[in-house]
Design a protein around this ligand. Structure first.
Ligand SMILES: NC(=O)c1ccc[n+]([C@@H]2O[C@H](COP(=O)([O-])OP(=O)(O)OC[C@H]3O[C@@H](n4cnc5c(N)ncnc54)[C@H](OP(=O)(O)O)[C@@H]3O)[C@@H](O)[C@H]2O)c1
Length: 250
């Protein structure tokens, strides 16, 4: 499948995976609209691309979402949205802080819901469109030190499964993107080893390849995500045994 001339809207595109994907799609001839809060970074990205246009937006602000999507759609009907705005903070459950926990859910889950609330009716009216959501292999099962993150990504994976089945009759596609570790500003301060870590450009290539094959789940890199998939279906006693060992080592 070629994306030449297709209009993509990417949230979380000021840095990391979203930015690399915007550049990749632009190089392949797509029309790319990008959102995040950092206007300066979005305008830099706009200047680097042929067909990239910036639409600054805080995805947690539901009151601004509708108008922002209308502006993106005024450029051209939105063929494909990649909802990647994300927040991560390391946290242990014996030192809970409500602020980062709420931010994680507000950005990762409700930021996605705010967007699809407006996008679904638009796509149904056109009987066309594709919604891609960036979750994480951290959403497969609960991970140590991830109380402010892992549950938000589990919610997104669950959401995508619902959307996939319910939007198919309207000719709307859905993909869930589950990366392993990617070297971006999000992970740069992680104090633990990140097995199989890849660059943002490698992540963008994997996402592009998966989307062009029309895949429902796009997970990468292969080795690390395979391990996480095995742990996803492992019996609880084995999973908890491994997680206790990981918790003790990080
Ligand atoms: N890096 C990894 O290892 C990894 C692994 C699995 C999944 N992921 C997921 O991949 C996605 C992209 O992450 P990344 O690694 O590329 O990290 P990143 O470079 O930190 O990108 C996060 C993006 O989200 C934007 N964002 C944060 N809060 C926002 C808000 N309230 N409104 C709008 N945009 C907001 C940030 O831009 P502003 O600050 O300018 O708003 C930035 O563009 C995230 O959903 C992340 O959870 C990453």
């Amino acid at each position: 499948m070629s994306f030449k001339g297709k209009h993509f809207w990417i949230t979380g595109a000021s840095t990391g995976i979203g930015r690399a994907l915007a550049k990749k799609l632009d190089a392949e001839g797509a029309l790319v609209s990008v959102s995040a809060r950092s206007e300066d970074k979005l305008h830099e990205l706009e200047a680097e691309g042929e067909n990239i246009r910036a639409f600054p937006l805080d995805v947690t602000d539901q009151s601004l979402m509708g108008a922002a999507i209308d502006m993106v759609a005024d450029r051209a009907p939105i063929d494909h949205v990649v909802l990647g705005a994300g927040a991560w903070s390391i946290m242990d459950s014996d030192q809970m802080e409500m602020g980062p926990i709420r931010t994680g859910m507000e950005v990762n889950y409700f930021g996605t819901i705010n967007a699809i609330d407006k996008l679904i009716p638009m796509m149904i009216a056109r009987k066309a469109g594709h919604i891609s959501i960036i979750a994480s292999v951290a959403g497969y099962r609960g991970l140590p030190r991830s109380i402010a993150y892992s549950p938000t990504k589990a919610a997104l994976i669950n959401l995508a499964e619902i959307l996939k089945v319910e939007l198919e009759p309207h000719n709307i596609g859905v993909s869930i993107i589950n990366p392993g570790f990617v070297d971006t500003p999000l992970t740069q301060d992680n104090p633990f080893p990140m097995p199989g870590i890849i660059t943002a450009d490698e992540a963008a290539d994997a996402i592009y390849k998966g989307l062009s094959k029309g895949k429902f789940e796009i997970s990468f890199p292969f080795g690390f995500t395979l391990l996480m998939k095995v742990l996803r279906v492992a019996p609880n006693w084995l999973y908890l045994f491994i997680m206790r060992r990981i918790k003790a080592s990080i």
